[in-house]
Ligand binder design. Sequence first.
Ligand code: AMP
Length: 269
Amino acid sequence: MEVIKSTEEIESLNFNSPFALVPTMGNLHEGHLSLVKYGIENYSEVIVSIYINPLQFGKNEDFSTYPKTISQDIQLLETLGCNYLFIPEKNFAENLEIIEPKFSDVLCGLSRPFHFHGVLTIINKFLRIIKPNACLFGLKDYQQQLIIKEFVKRKKIKTDIVSLPIVREKSGLAMSSRNNYLSDEDKKFCGKIYSCLKNLAASLKKKPLGVLKIEAINFLQHAGFEIDYLEIVDANNLSSVTKKTNKILIAVAAIYKKVRLIDNIVVSL
Ligand code: AMP
């Protein structure tokens, strides 16, 4: 695997088409690796980027303490057979025009107001300098992939945005670098988030959505979670469910022992 540490160098490379980019913030786990494996199976070459994007962190968030495990990450990627690793220079996020996302005034965008502006600004730079045929994302960050898909379509950028399934711990907890802040026992306990989403999904036709939402919030609060949000929305545009809705997104952000955990389920009607 070739490790590239400058924008100039990555711009000058000729990749074998079709090639896929997997943007990450590192501290790689099975969730990230599932994207890399998909890339290796379906494209001629795969580039992974590792960049802890300062633009997507709020003032009181964990930018400075975000887990960093670069040598371990390199080993994991080498073992999988990844072709390139791009680690941008420190000033990569400087002097960029901040991009205004759509669908960012709900769910995670409410408690993290400029998060998606930061994500989109950096992803746009990646797409413009690397020009991949495909860019691979996890459905764990449902709102993120929806925002990027909408932007790429609107700007007619010639990259396919491919969204791939959520990889979970045995307990059902969605894998995340932030799970490192939790003990094994905590991770087992936090499987309750996914059980709650599954129960809600199974009851969609049995009770009004408003009732289901309150019941789910009560369940998680009683279990010991602080709820940032739990919403049942139209998966196509994150707005209220209507008669026309053909796909429902049940999304949650819950805080356990100060760790913010997100998860979701999509149900086709
Ligand atoms: P991050 O390093 O958190 O920015 O994540 C990089 C990419 O990995 C994003 O597209 C995430 O959605 C994806 N990802 C993170 N966790 C998971 C997971 N548990 N399952 C699937 N994809 C994931």
